[in-house]
Each structure stands twice: as C-alpha cells, then as structure tokens.
Design a protein around this ligand. Sequence first.
Ligand SMILES: NC(=O)C1=CN([C@@H]2O[C@H](COP(=O)(O)OP(=O)(O)OC[C@H]3O[C@@H](n4cnc5c(N)ncnc54)[C@H](O)[C@@H]3O)[C@@H](O)[C@H]2O)C=CC1
Ligand SMILES: O=C(O)[C@H]1O[C@H](OP(=O)(O)OP(=O)(O)OC[C@H]2O[C@@H](n3ccc(=O)[nH]c3=O)[C@H](O)[C@@H]2O)[C@H](O)[C@@H](O)[C@@H]1O
Length: 448
Amino acid sequence: MNITVVGSGYVGLVTGACIAEMGNTVYCVDVDKSKIENLKQGILPIYEPGLEEIVTENHSSGRLLFTTSLSEAAEQCEVYFIAVGTPPGEDGSADLRYVLEVARQIGDTMTGPAIVVNKSTVPVGTADLVRAAVTERLEARGSDIAFSVVSNPEFLKEGAAVDDFMHPDRIVIGADNEHARQVMSALYAPFIRNRPRTMFMGIRDAEMTKYAANAMLATKISFMNEIASLCERLDVDVENVRLGIGSDERIGYHFIYAGCGYGGSCFPKDVKALINIAHQNDFEPKLLQAVESRNDQQKHSLFNKISAHFNGDLKGRTFAVWGLAFKPGTDDMREAPSVVLINSLINAGAKVRAFDPVARETARREFPESWFADGRLQIVEGQYEAAIDADALFLVTEWKPFRRPDFRALKRLLNTPLIIDGRNQYDREQVKLEGFSYYGIGRQPVHA
Ligand SMILES: NC(=O)C1=CN([C@@H]2O[C@H](COP(=O)(O)OP(=O)(O)OC[C@H]3O[C@@H](n4cnc5c(N)ncnc54)[C@H](O)[C@@H]3O)[C@@H](O)[C@H]2O)C=CC1
Ligand SMILES: O=C(O)[C@H]1O[C@H](OP(=O)(O)OP(=O)(O)OC[C@H]2O[C@@H](n3ccc(=O)[nH]c3=O)[C@H](O)[C@@H]2O)[C@H](O)[C@@H](O)[C@@H]1O
C-alpha cells in the first residue's frame, strides 16, 4: 500500500518505519525542515530502541521516504495517518490546531480516494472536525474525491515504541464503513498474524478508548502513590503491599509501582484533556482531578524529603541526580519528575550535578542557560562523577545501570552517605549495611 504519515515525532516516525518494514511504501511528512533533512541522512530526532535500524534499512531500500511536502506524498496515497501533536491548551483542552491544519492540507492536496486515519490522541468528536476540514478544502478546489475518516489511536510506550507497534496488545479501529474497516485490517494484518486482536467500534468509541486507557493507567499510579503516602505514616513497606495486591489477577502487577510521579508527554496531558472534556459536558470529574493533583504533589515528594532531612537548610549544598528522562529507555524529559526536583533544589539555593544515560542533550535545552554558565547545574558524563562531594544522591529514573550500583564507590564519593530513592530500587537493609541513610517512597527511612 502507499501510505503517508504526517508528523515525524515519536508516533509518526515509529508508525511510518514499522509500516514500511512490512513492505508498504511510506512517506513521512513533517513541517520541520531540519528534522526531515536529518532523517534523510539517517540522523534521528529521538532516541528509541531499534528505531534507527528500521529507519535506515527501509530508507535505503526506498520504502521509507521523507519530505516536507504533503503534495509530493499525495500522489497515489491510499491511507493518510495524522500523527501530529495535540498539546494541552491553557485550559487543559487538547489543542487541535495541528491536526486540523493537516486535515486542511490533505483536502488541498489529495489526488484520489483515500482514508484519513487519525492517530493523534484527540477528544471525542474530532473525526467530525477532520472530515469537515478536508471537505471544505476539497469543495474549494471543486473536487468531490471520496474519503473516509477513521480513528485509530496509538498505544505505544516510549522506550519500547518499536516493539509495542510491532506486537500490539490490540488495534482499535473506529470506522463507519466496511471499506475503511477492510483497508485498515489489511494494513495491520502483518502485525497480528498469530493472534487476531483488531477491535472495530464506532469512531467516537475509539476516540474515548484512548483517553480512558491513559486515564486508567494514570489512576493506578496515583492510587498507588496515595497508598504509599499512607504506608509511610503506618510503618508499612509499599513494595510488599504492591506484591501482595499485584498477585490478584484482577489487579495485576502493571502500573502499580509507587514513585516520584508520572511524567511524559501523555499521561499528564491526557488526564488534563479528559478533565476538560468533562467540564465541557457539565460534569465534575472528581476522580480524574484527584489523580492529577495527587501526581502534582508526588513530583514534590523527593524535594520534601531532602528538605525535611536538612531542616530546610539546602543553601550551598550539592546534590547528585541519577536519571533525567521521564522514564528509562527514552531521552524525553517532558513533564519529568526530575525537572520539578532540579528546579526546587536550585531555587532553594543548592547546586545539582545530574547524569542520565541518554537525556543529557535534552536536559541542556530544558533548563536556563544561566544555571549551566554559573555552575548551579552540571550535566555530567558519568554516574559516579555526579556523586562527587554531593550531600545526597537522588535516584529519579530507574535506568538499569543505576539498579545495582557500586555502593562502596558511592560512599567514598558522596560527602553525606544519603540516598533518596524515587523508584524504590534499593533494598533498605542492604543500603543500611553499606552505611547509607535511605529514604524511599512509601517505606520507612533508614538511618546509618
Ligand atoms: N509520544 C507517545 O508515546 C505517544 C503519543 N501519542 C499521541 O500522538 C500524537 C503525536 O505525539 P508525538 O509523536 O509524541 O508528538 P511529537 O511532538 O513527537 O511529534 C509531532 C510532529 O508533528 C510535526 N507537525 C506539526 N504540525 C505539522 C504539520 N502541519 N505537518 C506536518 N508535520 C507537523 C511536528 O513538527 C513534530 O515533528 C499526540 O496526540 C500524542 O498524544 C499517542 C501514543 C503514544
Ligand atoms: O499515549 C501515550 O503517549 C502513551 O502513554 C503511556 O506511555 P509512556 O508515557 O511512554 O510511558 P509509561 O511507561 O506509561 O510511563 C508513564 C509514566 O508513568 C510512570 N509510572 C509507570 C508505571 C508505574 O507503575 N509507575 C509509574 O510511576 C513512569 O515512570 C512514567 O513517568 C502509555 O503507557 C502508552 O500506552 C500510551 O500510548
């Protein structure tokens, strides 16, 4: 099939590369000229395991093409994927300007019958807006080319995006006609050969399914963080509680890790958008509001612990931070708990030395230049270098190399043998034996 994917970010580039991998010809279109020029030279805009290989391979074989021009891609295009951002507006609503701009451009340039698939995360009813935008531009050209609009939300996770796309749990297709359902089935057939798991539903149902999925996962995390706070007050270890409840199949082990809060480009944005959708429909979504505010509080938990430990006296101290990305496996720092922690530490007069295996470049763009210039914030090249003369080590992102560190080396390097573990990676008794004081999330601190 001839496919056009508009937007070459996490979702668009992964979708384009994986669909090309299955033998289709795919144009990836983006307005960002430098992104497209780099992609043509094999330079990827994001870090995502396995992505570089399939992008390079399919680009060299001519199945994956990059362009800034939608008209170039429109020739013979059978299916358009819209995969542009839907960032939160000031009121939390999903900003649809990029999606609708792409819909208008499709209407301006399409040359024959096609299916317009919305892959971006969008509020219920957006397919109607997309259909209207395409129609308006087709009518302006005096054209009556037939097209369908389909909702096909994406469920991939950053850090495992290629694997998730290649082996999806389910493919949700919201369509209102048989032809569109058949084309989408054919397109996805190679990804689900061993176990059919395509779910067809109404377009609005598919749009809602995406928000409900993300809100449910965010709710599980906030719930667990709430239980963790209670555990701290009751001398209970949330890690044992997690194992105890996860073993109940109805609850399951996924997404019940207490931590320093969920980040990323989607959970925070999508919970906000769903709250806004509720308000637009005269409904007070109390549970979703609690999920969000619980998470905002949780992102301050690491700072609150260190502040209490040093009785609020953080001025002039230096802190080591391990992990900047919002989760392991990505260089994405959008809404990352590390950002809240580092901002709070520096605003309290402390210095920060931070390390992340892949998000160091992203971090340089995330914080004010002046912090780097006057040494308040250093992004260093090695995890142990971050610990030199620091008054505590924060574990914020559970990258694998942080999971079993050389505690002896750490103890020698740190000024104060203190670990604040935002992901409950360490055994409290072991770190105590190694001579550290330790704070986790939802468990009692230990003091050396
Ligand atoms: N990042 C993720 O893990 C997931 C994201 N989503 C959803 O997918 C959508 C896209 O998200 P990301 O890929 O993370 O966004 P992103 O910000 O990484 O990429 C969006 C791309 O679209 C491009 N773009 C904007 N306007 C354009 C236009 N008129 N024509 C061509 N390109 C244009 C931008 O230059 C950018 O490269 C969002 O709605 C998001 O909620 C869904 C599942 C997973
Ligand atoms: O719509 C999206 O963009 C995507 O959002 C999430 O994927 P992602 O944000 O990439 O990452 P997750 O693995 O879900 O983690 C999100 C955040 O939750 C935190 N988390 C996750 C699990 C957990 O038990 N506890 C916890 O604090 C992570 O540290 C991270 O900050 C969903 O998992 C994807 O299914 C969805 O497609």
